[in-house]
Design a protein around this ligand. Structure first.
Ligand code: FCB
Length: 438
């Protein structure tokens, strides 16, 4: 076993991840409805260079070849998301079977190659009609999500083992409804907090729906990092507490313990904001989970005046590279919550260096992945129950508000020809996986 993976269990699994809007394209074919990202990306200034996901990686049309590519990496797991408006165009009512068939073919193709499909129901692409009706600040959206989960399960439940309800509700709420940097681009903290509760309720309702149908590998994915205080100064300590409260505990506490953290609720009350909890909701939200998916990119040090840069090297996103924060996050999740964990995303954007023969020598990405996989192994040696690692991302794709300029892929995509070329990091990852097998 290599030093990087020392201590990981024999059945530790490896994979790659993507999401629907970021790769599929084919935005207006086979009866797909509009999502909030179709609308938001057309708003002037919302996305760098006015880009959008209309074509993206054209994965909808190139899926069979992309599955070959996935299999060629030797991964055992592929995490993808289902586009809600492709399956149920207006977010309510009957299914669009042409859209659903795409995922059925994808799942079959993966299984044929011996790759386990890991399905995420919601990676941010809310049907626009549901946003027009009120979006996640509206309670009804949670019930619509439960219905959608059932429809997808009707079609794929016989073949898909692992189901994730939501990807990163923090981004949906804080970026979508508070800062407005993501779709739907609203800027209202109180609405963001209503969205927190209704996303969690939607998760719980969908989890119950899936459980009642016999799903036994069920989870949610959260983006998390370590939050520490710049000093003992009470203002710094409080800033770290608040960031951890709104970033991690406001999700993990209700999911695992069935209650919102008292300090967060008090902070909200001080701002005149409350979570729209109805009796019985927290029991639904705390439906037992088999796995919590962890998406880790960076960690933050806080002071009363905001996030303090540590002067560390950064990725092309400007995010500091902090593998130690990954280890401490995983150990902390183990200690405070004791749930099985899978890394559902980890990776980095860099300005990839293309050498003459078209090869991408992305040594900075190799080094990022290597140090972060080592950090996972260190957490496992320290007692964290981490079962697998899925790299973000299979290939370069539409990086939300940053458009196509930020490249997270192990595989390079030439957007003019849609040609895919393995970067050095893909070869490195493939070799790491195959060494573990032998
Ligand atoms: C995460 C998202 C994913 C991707 C990475 C870089 O927050 O889940 O879609 O954009 O960041």
């Amino acid at each position: 076993m290599s030093e990087v993976t020392a201590g990981l269990p024999d059945d530790f699994f490896w994979g790659v991840a993507t999401s629907a809007y970021q790769i599929e394209g084919a935005w207006d074919v086979d009866g797909r409805g509009l999502s909030i990202w179709d609308t938001f990306s057309r708003r002037p200034g919302a996305v760098a260079n006015g880009e959008n996901g209309d074509v993206a990686c054209d994965h909808y049309n190139r899926m069979p070849a992309d599955v070959e590519l996935i299999a060629s990496l030797g991964v055992s797991t592929y995490r993808f998301s289902v586009s809600w408006p492709r399956v149920q165009p207006g977010g309510r009512g009957p299914v669009n079977s042409r859209g659903l068939d795409f995922y059925s073919r994808l799942v079959d193709a993966l299984l044929e190659k011996g790759v386990d499909p890991w399905l995420t129901l919601y990676h941010w692409d809310l049907p626009q009609e549901l946003e027009d009706a009120g979006g996640w600040p509206l309670r009804d959206t949670a019930y619509r999500f439960q219905e959608y989960a059932g429809l997808v399960h009707d079609a794929l439940g016989d073949r898909v083992r692992t189901w994730t309800t939501l990807n990163e509700p923090w981004c949906s709420t804080m970026l979508g409804y508070e800062s407005g940097r993501h779709a739907p681009g609203r800027t209202n903290f109180s609405e963001a907090m209503r969205a927190v509760h209704h996303l969690l309720l939607g998760h719980g309702l969908a989890a119950r729906e899936l459980r009642s149908r016999g799903v036994s590998s069920l989870g949610i994915t959260l983006n998390m990092g370590s939050h520490s205080a710049a000093s003992d100064d009470p203002a710094d300590v409080d800033a770290a507490r608040v960031a951890d409260g709104l970033g991690t505990r406001i999700y993990m506490d209700p999911l695992v313990f069935g209650r919102y953290p008292a300090d967060v609720v008090a902070d909200l009350a001080a701002r005149g904001v409350s979570l729209p909890v109805v009796d019985g909701d927290l029991a639904v939200i705390s439906t037992p989970l088999d796995v919590v998916g962890v998406n880790y990119y960076t960690s933050h040090v806080h002071s009363g005046g905001g996030v303090v840069s540590q002067g560390l090297p950064v990725t092309a996103m400007g995010w500091e590279i902090v593998p130690e924060g990954f280890t401490s996050l995983l150990l902390r999740l183990q200690r405070d919550y004791g749930v099985p964990l899978v890394i559902t995303e980890n990776g980095a954007a860099f300005d990839d260096l293309v050498v003459e023969d078209g090869r991408v020598v992305d040594l900075d990405r190799v080094s990022y992945l290597s140090s972060h996989i080592s950090a996972v192994a260190a957490a496992v040696r320290g007692g964290a129950d981490v079962r697998g690692y899925l790299a973000w991302s299979l290939m370069d794709n539409f990086e939300w508000g940053y458009g196509y300029g930020k490249r997270f892929g192990l595989v390079a995509v030439d957007y003019s020809s849609q040609e895919r070329v393995l970067k050095q990091s893909a070869v490195w990852y493939r070799d790491l996986i195959s060494r573990g097998r032998s």
